[in-house]
Design a protein around this ligand. Structure first.
Ligand code: NAD
Length: 329
């Protein structure tokens, strides 16, 4: 089958080629992001493989369908950039990789939290300058602190287990809580209580119309003064301008994010030589209590292998039986 792979990076190519060891497919590697403009490059490809910031809106999907694409293989878990109603109208099936390494993302959330709390960036920079003074590097024990986890799915559960290991008290909120919570010493509460009581809040729910700007001026104000906020889920969960105001006023103690609401035109490319047009992002990263990584929480060897293998299983399943084992429903 001919497959057009958008947003291709060298590591995608390596892992997908390794997973397709039997050379069952003909791959076209396209570095551009998928959108309405780039979609014609998939002409005569039965399947398209897309990543997190590819935009599969009505126009893109219609162009793909007109040019013969029938199956979309997302090589990610989230599907907030796909207009599923239009895909259904066009009789296109959409598959995804529901779990590739929840540990990778949960561990990255912990890395953001520890780096911010123990001021690892500043400490390392000081030591490299032979400055061994500790003033200004004071952190706090995670042991005994209250951690609020929003979303108790695969990643949320991994994060909860790690925080329990640190000796934290864990509160969580989920409209459809994972049954596995029953075996953990974590407490389900309503969202306002979670915000009010948590020293640290970590977001692990999907982006949807219900969760867009879940953290806004009002909810940020309801958090404990000086609390830490960690987001490895989707940028749109946080109203960035409200978060900047909360950070500047000290209401929010620190913000650690791997995702940003307008990350599409920025992330996954070296833009060090390009003009910096996103003023809000520049303002955000100028704050010393903000730590940003560029959507790399998933980026471990294990996760890349799992992504490639599940994507291949989805493509092969759809090709041979007409149904993909991991459809987006
Ligand atoms: P999952 O589907 O296993 O779990 C999501 C949980 O969120 C579910 O339990 C669901 O009931 C809950 N939820 C839904 N609506 C909610 C709401 N309004 N409030 C609270 N909880 C709600 O998904 P997962 O594998 O744990 O992934 C979580 C998110 O992490 C994904 O949606 C994706 O956006 C993000 N993600 C990020 C990266 C990265 O590299 N940064 C990688 C993978 C996934």
């Amino acid at each position: 089958m001919k497959i057009a792979v958008f947003s291709t990076k060298p590591y995608d190519r390596r892992s997908l080629q390794a997973a397709d060891g039997a050379h069952l497919h003909e791959w076209t590697w396209i570095e551009e992001r998928l959108d309405a403009q780039s979609a014609p490059q998939a002409k005569n490809h039965e399947a398209v493989c897309a990543f997190v910031n590819d935009l599969l809106d009505r126009k893109t999907l219609e162009t793909l369908a007109q040019n013969g694409t029938k199956f979309i293989a997302l090589r990610c878990a989230g599907f907030d950039k796909v207009d599923l109603q239009v895909a259904r109208e066009l009789n296109m099936e959409v598959g995804r990789v529901p779990a590739y390494s929840p540990h990778a993302v949960a561990e990255h959330a912990v890395a953001l939290l520890l780096t911010l709390n123990r001021r690892i960036r500043e400490a390392d920079a000081r030591v490299h300058r032979f400055n061994f003074a500790l003033e200004g590097l004071l952190g706090f024990d995670l042991y005994g602190k209250t951690v609020g986890v929003v979303g108790t799915g695969k990643i949320g559960l991994c994060f909860i287990r790690i925080m329990l290991g640190f000796g934290c008290r864990v509160l969580c909120f989920d409209p459809f809580p994972s049954p596995e919570l029953a075996h953990l010493d974590a407490h389900l509460v309503e969202l306002p209580e979670l915000f009010e009581q948590s020293d640290i809040v970590s977001l692990h729910c999907p982006l949807s119309p219900q969760t867009h700007h879940l953290l806004n001026a009002q909810t940020l104000a309801s958090m404990k003064r000086g609390a830490f906020l960690i987001n490895t889920s989707r940028g749109g969960l946080i109203d960035t301008s409200a978060a900047i105001k909360a950070l500047e006023s000290g209401q929010l103690g620190a913000l650690g994010i791997d995702v940003y609401e307008n990350e599409g035109p920025l992330f996954f490319e070296d833009r060090s030589q390009s003009p910096r047009t996103d003023e809000e992002f520049s303002r955000l990263i100028s704050l010393s209590n903000v730590l940003v990584t560029g959507h790399q929480a998933f980026f471990t060897r294990e996760a890349l292998d799992n992504i490639a293998q599940t994507t291949l299983a989805n493509l092969n399943g759809w090709q041979t039986s007409g149904s993909c084992p991991n459809p987006v429903v």
